[in-house]
Design a protein around this ligand. Structure first.
Ligand SMILES: [Zn+2]
Length: 655
């Protein structure tokens, strides 16, 4: 079997309607149509495993909650399931809100129409939907009838239906409406369709208040959507008493253009759309009502349907249909609010930052790269927007950390950590979840527990031994402002406590100086800090990039604490830990260098266990070693940075 070299022999081009004066291309879509959800009829009929009564009940209740006012619930003459479901719905008090129309389908046969109408006894509002074949293909191939016979049949059925519905005071239904479908409209002769619909209209005698619904199905989609729009415009402009007619669309999706067909056909004059949630239905399905509704929404028009919790809708749809909603289904698909590519992630992250910086609220105009809809409007959270796989860049990783830990990583740290993440995604061969990236970050920068370094106790004082205190004026306290700082404290390393002491221009450099006595010689190359949270709960996050004196190695440390000074000390110890982890290829216990200082505490009492850092991260850290030694003027940098930090503290950081 091969594809034909010349498919034109087998497949004929669809002959479009000649409509040179078409008006619809200059129209815009700015009105919400009447929606008819046919999930429980057209959709359900197409399922390999149709819903049972209970399933239909749950689905019906969801449609009502979403806001659908016209719901095609069944084909009652098809069998007990649909008949019983209809009966149960109309006889259960409170099951159907008084403003919801129940629609049922029946073929044009008197006894079946009778059964259908009987099933509705007890309903408040009901739409009886009949159909007749009008397309030459169906008339001849399926039913073997002529145009005249079809018109006679349609008129007879309509008259009969009328006699047992709106003309029968004992029908048991408060209000009746009538829908007629020329089947299949899109494939039928347009003038014949007008002819049969005029005859049906005359038989039903609709009013302006209760118009007759002419449903015009593209039962099989056979042409480009503009051709369907032409057909609809032709129908709308050639029917008499247009004000007594509701023109309804029923597009299927064989060519993948059902949504476009429905939108263009509304521009061409249609008032109503029949479809299903996520486009379930025969073959490629009916038109997708979710897409149509949210297409309107993102043009600033509320569709009257509430998709603010789209995940719950998807749950019920998937459970009921036993068909998954495609991951890339417009709006609802699991992946449609996600970006994997690095450049997209960067752009989205910038978009959100700009929004935040401008203090924009949920209702302010939405200007966002790559996201046509604010995911929060349909109950999605921002965590899912950016997903991290091996193609993702630093932007995605930084976003995850921002969303999960409220940390704004400095650019340099973003680059280093995204490489660590990338190694993991490559190793695992899959994307990393937000929780995994968060855990990896906490572990890499020793934020939950620094397995090697722990600040047990410390004090930082003005150092009066190395620089004499400025002379005080008479009666005034001498300022310690220009004095250096002395760090004095107890650090636990690999389970052993060490008392250390050091002097520097500020807290950070005094600790760095103290660590030298343990053989850890780090210079601070970069320092960033910001606050997390607000009010009493505010914490400081500090990021320190250090260079090790004799190795050219650069490592990052991160510290979080209520007190900004302590946050910076923790960050330095975090960096010290990373430094120790990365400086050899195998885990080694820490051995402080023998100090000449009169410090007796520097001999550990026992060898500590192996490092907990996994070899992978060590490898990554080692790879980030610069090729040539950069001589950083560490102490000067630290002094400058500390000044900045202390200013930040003065600006209102909580202690
Ligand atoms: Zn259909």
């Amino acid at each position: 079997m091969t594809m034909l070299k010349d498919p034109s022999q087998k497949y004929r081009k669809f002959k479009p309607l000649h409509l040179p004066n078409r008006q619809w291309p200059s129209k815009t879509l700015d009105k919400v149509p009447r929606w008819l959800a046919t999930d429980l009829r057209d959709g359900n009929q197409s399922l390999p495993d149709p819903m049972d009564g209970e399933g239909k009940w749950r689905y019906f209740q969801m449609l009502v909650q979403l806001g659908y006012k016209e719901i095609e619930i069944s084909y009652p003459s098809s069998g007990a399931t649909d008949f019983d479901f209809t009966k149960k719905l109309v006889s259960t008090p409170g099951a159907v809100p008084s403003d919801v129309w129940l629609q049922v389908l029946s073929p044009c046969r008197r006894e079946l129409i009778r059964t259908t109408v009987d099933s509705l006894r007890g309903a408040k509002k009901a739409i009886l939907h009949l159909y007749v074949a009008t397309s030459p293909c169906f008339q001849q191939v399926v039913f073997g009838m002529t145009n005249e016979q079809q018109i006679a049949l349609a008129v007879d059925c309509t008259r009969y239906a009328r006699s047992i519905t709106k003309d029968d005071p004992n029908s048991g239904v408060e209000q009746w409406a009538y829908e007629f479908s020329p089947e299949t409209f899109s494939d039928s002769d347009k003038d014949f369709v007008i002819q049969i619909c005029e005859a049906v209209k005359a038989a039903w005698e609709p009013s302006v208040d209760n118009p007759i619904i002419f449903n015009l199905p593209a039962t099989v989609e056979m042409s480009t959507p503009n051709v369907y729009a032409d057909q609809i415009e032709y129908f709308c402009t050639n029917m008499t008493e247009r004000e007594k007619i509701c023109v309804s669309l029923h597009p299927h999706n064989d060519r993948g253009c059902a949504v476009a067909a429905a939108e263009l056909a509304q521009m061409a004059g249609a008032d109503r759309v029949e479809g299903t949630l996520f486009g379930n239905g025969e073959r490629t399905g009916n038109v997708d009502l979710v897409t149509l509704a949210l297409n309107l929404y993102t043009q600033g028009i509320h569709p009257g349907i509430d998709f603010s919790d789209i995940n719950s809708v998807i749950d019920i749809v998937e459970t009921s249909n036993k068909i998954p909603v495609h991951q890339r289904a417009p709006y609802g698909g699991e992946l449609v609010c996600c970006a994997f590519s690095g450049s997209h992630q960067d752009a989205i992250k910038k978009g959100f930052s700009a929004r935040e910086a401008a203090g924009l609220s949920k209702t302010d105009p939405w200007i966002m790269p790559y996201l046509p809809l604010d995911p929060r409007d349909i109950g999605r959270n921002y965590e899912a927007i950016i997903r991290v796989n091996s193609q993702s860049g630093k932007g995605g990783v930084a976003w995850m950390i921002k969303r999960t830990l409220e940390l704004d990583l400095p650019r340099g740290l973003q680059i280093v950590f995204s490489k660590i993440v990338q190694k993991h995604t490559d190793m695992l061969g899959r994307e990393l979840q937000a929780a995994e990236i968060k855990a990896l970050f906490l572990d890499t920068y020793h934020l939950e527990k620094n397995p090697r370094f722990h600040l047990v106790d410390y004090e930082i004082n003005a150092d009066r031994t190395t620089s004499p205190a400025p002379a005080a004026e008479a009666g005034r306290t001498a300022s310690s402002r220009n004095l250096r700082r002395r760090f004095k404290g107890v650090i636990e390393i690999d389970g052993n406590e060490y008392t250390i002491e050091g002097i520097g221009n500020g807290a950070l450099s005094s600790l760095a100086n103290a660590l030298k006595s343990l053989g850890i010689d780090l210079d601070v190359a970069d320092y960033k800090e910001h606050s997390i949270g607000a009010g009493r709960e505010t914490k400081a996050a500090t990021y320190i990039e250090c260079t090790a004196a004799n190795s050219n190695l650069k490592v990052w440390g991160v510290g979080i604490h209520q007190d900004v000074v302590q946050a910076s000390l923790i960050a330095l110890l975090s960096a010290a830990s990373s430094f120790l982890d990365s400086r050899s290829a195998s885990p080694v216990p820490f051995r402080p260098k023998k100090s000449t200082a009169a410090d007796q505490h520097l001999v550990p009492t026992a060898e500590a266990g192996p490092s907990r850092i996994e070899p992978l991260r060590r490898q990554v850290l080692a790879e980030n070693e610069p090729a040539s030694g950069a001589d950083v003027q560490g102490s000067q940098v630290v002094a400058r940075l500390e000044e900045a930090a202390e200013k930040g503290e003065a600006n209102g950081h909580a202690k």
